[in-house]
Write a protein that binds this ligand. Sequence first.
Ligand SMILES: NC(=O)C[C@H](N)C(=O)O
Length: 338
Amino acid sequence: ATTETTETTKAAQTEDLPNVAILATGGTIAGKGNSGTDTTSYKAGELSVESLIEAVPEMAEIADISGEQIANVGSPQITNDILLQLGKRINELLATDDVDGVVVTHGTDTLEETAYFLNLVVKSDKPVVVVGSMRPATAVSADGPLNLYNAVLLASSEESKGKGVLVSLNDRIGAARYITKTNTTVVDTFKATEEGYLGRIVGGVPYYYTESTRKHTDETAFDISEIDELPQVDIVYSYQNNQRYMIDAAVENGAEGLIIAGSGNGSLSSAYVEGAKDAVESGTEIVVSSRVGSGTVSPRDSFMTSDSLNPQKARILLMLALTVTEDDDQIQSFYDQY
Ligand SMILES: NC(=O)C[C@H](N)C(=O)O
């Protein structure tokens, strides 16, 4: 009888655990190097989602975990098609009562782009946490396993609900809207220098302190459920002596939108201004962002501006904006709100 009770209690406990789906896309968190000290010449996207889950058995104590392999690539190989597949799958999973939260494992190089995309297209207040690592799984002091555990912890937590898509590495909780990769190699690379983190994880407990003020998830105008292809949006960079052919090439190659990473507060050379004006004439939407890395690009008469979105996130928003409108005022209002 005692055994029976114990088993029933265990079963009840398991039922009570939140269900977290881990969707794996590759990256260094699934990377393998040749030695424990190889932290730069390893191969990203090698380990399967099953191996990632097996490496952290402690996760089973806080959640019922399931795994799905969406892709297994280094994050520079993440395409619009993968973004759409991932966004749709997350919406499908979160629409059921069987999934309480989602963790996406991802390479860190373009992680903020995927996180911001999901922040704009996930239609649920359930937690979605994007996680990566800076050291491959084979490294001495690999950071992936604890980052993954923390991501599952956040995805299982009631407190994480309604905060938009979260990014967690290095015991920090970041908002997809604000966080960016700031260092090529160090573990402490994801930062939001102006807005800061939403919180941190201490001794297995999430502590939240702030929230993003920008609209996200079910508050946005975007619905990808019927979308099979995103519009082509490219980025050109500002530098001294730049020539307009960079812009012309993007237009000739079919860019429906173009982000210009301006210098300073979005300043542009005369060559870029001329190129951009002609691009607008030929139907390409131009948004000016900044190469500086932080700060808001102030509104201007001639072109739309990206608010405080860096060029790579400004691109994500313009792709989605172009799925609903070509009206500059409406697109600008998305930059002001999201
Ligand atoms: N730390 C990382 O994950 C970097 C890797 N190259 C990637 O983005 O896939």
